[in-house]
Design a protein around this ligand. Structure first.
Ligand code: ASP
Length: 713
């Protein structure tokens, strides 16, 4: 039985007002009211203030308010010492009624070890019996304030013997909660509350931000806020416009603070950073959000090398600090960090086996061309243990014509070697798995105009080891290549053709996509181990320009191409400056992307700091109009005013948090993410403009037909 350890007088100090209903083993509650714990304010708030005042419903509303709104504050971490009386706020979870005289329940606290309360009694009519009953009566998942005596304290759990419980609102019966429940997107608050992984990731996010800020401050960077109400400029992405009450005038939301940060360089700020909210009205792909957060940086009197070194310092300093602050827990298939420090008197909890790898600088560098030819993608996942190899020169024409109709194609292949155990994973099960995988290829692979990938499995029991479609010659030539001289049973070879043309602005080839797709499928099927390493690398020397694809607006110039990164990026070498005039699509830029495990974490570049060169690139190379150039006059002016050489970078903060908290989706690290249609389903935005809003902003909705006609032009 819970022994009283605190005097009545001390406990009373925890009860701020007579109105507040704290059910304690020392006070005799009005038991009646426990039986009909108030329903949520949802129902009562429908009352108008006027009628509420006088009616009995008004009286009930006031009682509810008094009952639920005053409560003692929570104890500090240092008060959690065995034998001490403490107060905890949280949600009532997992109640276990062992008998009419013994009840356990967990209290979900925000940040720390779980709290278990025990209520028990021996004598009927005792105050302890009332508290036990109270614990049983509070609806599960309600917010509560509990006071209890610390019975046991260990790294993962705090046990309290319950002295008092006060519900602070009631969880309604019509919301059904079950293990792993998925609430609709409109109930994001419930998803966050009931999903430990989601909540943990949201709690980890600011800690990661805090460490990055700290390192940048230590490196003498200055945090500068730049305007959210910016102006429309053809920087590259489609913008969101914000109409104003001044007829015909609009702001644009910044696609990044790029131009402001360059103006800051001309202002004499040496190192700038900002956690910047950016907005891009792009077609949303799986892992894109129309608004997202970047850790945006710029350095004056600096080169790309200086920036890359600084970013490496940021990353390498971050991971050991996070390892010191978090445990990584495995919960079924989900893996996420939980803070080590909590209510437990500030003591660290035991560290699990899983830790973040702590990378060392300098990171590997690959040129864009090398990344594309070895991995078929400009953001390669270096955990994938196989590369692409060109083989069209050794393959019989018959095989090539079987896999593609493209004239004179390049054909590449990769070999994926599953981990076989002779039981569930054997060449037979691999063959079945690969057949299924090939039947369910994603559309861009299955419907590729250069042909779909072809997969062959090496099996020594079959004619030509299962590679008979290569013919004797092809088989001999392939197995004579060093990379394929050691083929084993179960090895899968995936072939793919592509056009024989230099890489120009694509992010990936079909075989690059297949490489990633096969790897993840093999990992999910348990045919390859899950790899928790973090393989950071820089991809450098991108082409300066990319042919127009008609998707992104680019700079609106007449050249038929747009800046690959943005139009402020400097050419890489003097030879590239020459190429601007002669063969601009061949010019390389001093542009670098930071990649980890197949995710582009961020990108940056050395900038053009001379207004003459900036104007030349815009006017003569991108062939922008005078009006287009005029939109950048503020930047050209800033460069003209003796702007020093400068370079910068932006780290996709949502993506970084997603990678570090082991999720593939940035939606899992954003409290209120937008859907694939760009909607916020919690608040239901965007919403229709009213006619009075249209009038205020001097706007009219064009007729549907007219918009469509314009699109066709
Ligand atoms: N503004 C660029 C972006 O948003 C980053 C940079 O070049 O610093 O991608």
């Amino acid at each position: 039985m819970a022994q009283p350890r605190v005097s009545m007088r001390r406990l009373c100090r925890l009860i701020p007002s007579q109105n507040s209903r704290l059910y304690t083993s020392r006070t005799i509650p009005q038991w009646q009211s426990l039986k009909c714990l108030p329903r949520s304010f949802h129902t009562s708030s429908a009352l108008t203030a006027k009628s509420a005042d006088k009616s009995s419903a008004g009286q009930k509303l006031r009682e509810e308010w008094a009952q639920y709104s005053q409560f003692p504050s929570a104890s500090k971490a240092a008060d959690f010492v065995e034998g001490n009386k403490v107060t905890v706020h949280g949600f009532l979870l997992r109640r276990r009624v062992k008998s009419s005289k013994l009840v356990f329940a967990d209290i979900q606290v925000e940040n720390g070890p779980s709290v278990q309360v025990t209520a028990t009694f021996t004598e009927d009519g005792s105050p302890e019996q009332l508290v036990t009953k109270a614990l049983r009566a509070v609806p599960l998942y309600s917010p509560v304030c509990v006071t209890g005596t610390v019975a046991q304290l260990n790294s993962n759990r705090i046990d309290l013997s319950l002295d008092a419980i006060q519900p602070l609102n009631a969880f309604p019966k019509d919301i059904i909660v079950s293990e792993g429940v998925q609430f609709p997107a409109s109930a994001r608050h419930l998803q966050i509350r009931f999903s430990d992984p989601l909540r943990s990731r949201l709690l980890a996010r600011p800690q990661i931000g805090f460490q990055l800020r700290k390192t940048l401050n230590d490196l003498n960077f200055t945090e500068v806020e730049t305007p959210i109400l910016f102006k429309s400029t053809p920087e590259g992405a489609r913008e969101f416009l914000v109409p104003t009450r001044r007829r015909g005038l609009a702001y644009a939301l910044p696609q990044s603070p790029q131009q402001y940060k360059q103006i800051l360089m001309s202002s004499g700020i040496r190192g700038y950073y900002q956690f910047a909210r950016c907005f891009r009205d792009e077609d949303l792909r799986a892992d894109r959000q129309p608004e997202f957060t970047q850790l945006d940086m710029e350095m004056g009197f600096a080169t790309g090398e200086d920036v890359m070194r600084t970013v490496e310092t940021l990353v390498t300093e971050l991971l050991p600090t996070l390892n010191a602050q978090f445990n990584i827990v495995k919960n079924g298939d989900d893996i996420y960090p939980v803070p080590k420090r909590g209510l437990n008197n500030g003591q660290a909890t035991e560290n699990g086996d899983l830790k973040w790898p702590e990378p060392t600088a300098p990171f590997l560098r690959l040129t864009y061309d090398e990344a594309m030819s070895r991995f078929g993608i400009d953001k390669p996942d270096l955990r994938i243990p196989f590369e692409l190899h060109r083989v069209d020169h050794i393959l019989p024409t018959q095989f090539v014509s079987m896999i593609t109709h493209t004239e004179n194609p390049i054909v590449e292949v990769f070999r994926i070697r599953p981990e076989l155990d002779g039981e569930t994973n054997n060449p037979g099960t691999v063959a079945e798995f690969v057949d299924k995988l090939m039947d369910q290829l994603p559309k861009p692979l299955a419907k590729n105009p250069d042909g779909a990938p072809a997969a062959l499995m090496f099996n020594s029991k079959k004619p030509l080891c299962g590679l008979s479609s290569l013919g004797f010659e092809g088989f001999d030539a392939l197995t004579s290549m060093e990379e394929f001289s050691d083929l084993e049973d179960g090895d899968v070879l995936v072939f793919q053709a592509r056009k024989n043309a230099p890489f120009q602005g694509e992010g990936s080839t079909a075989l690059g996509v297949a490489r990633t797709h096969f790897y993840h499928a093999f990992v999910s099927a348990g045919l390859l181990p899950r790899n928790f390493d973090l393989k950071f690398l820089w991809v450098v020397n991108f082409p300066m320009f990319t042919p127009d694809d008609g998707i992104d607006p680019g700079q609106g110039g007449q050249a038929g191409f747009k800046a690959t990164h943005h139009p402020f990026t400097a050419p890489l070498t003097e030879a590239d400056v020459e190429l601007l005039a002669t063969d601009p699509l061949k010019a390389r830029a001093d542009h670098y992307d930071l990649v980890v495990n197949g995710v582009e974490l961020g990108g940056g570049s050395r900038r053009i700091h001379l207004s003459s060169m900036q104007e030349y690139v815009m006017r003569n190379i991108l062939k922008m109009t005078d009006a287009g150039l005029a939109q950048f006059s503020h930047l050209l002016e800033a460069l003209r005013a003796g702007c020093p050489p400068h370079a910068g970078f932006a780290l996709g903060f949502d993506r970084l948090v997603a990678v570090l908290t082991h999720t593939d989706s940035v939606r899992d690290v954003i409290a209120f993410p937008k859907s694939m249609k760009g909607e916020d389903l919690t608040v239901k935005s965007p919403s229709k403009m009213t006619s009075s809003q249209l009038e205020t902003y001097h706007l009219a909705i064009a007729e549907k037909k007219k918009v469509e006609e314009k699109k066709d032009v």
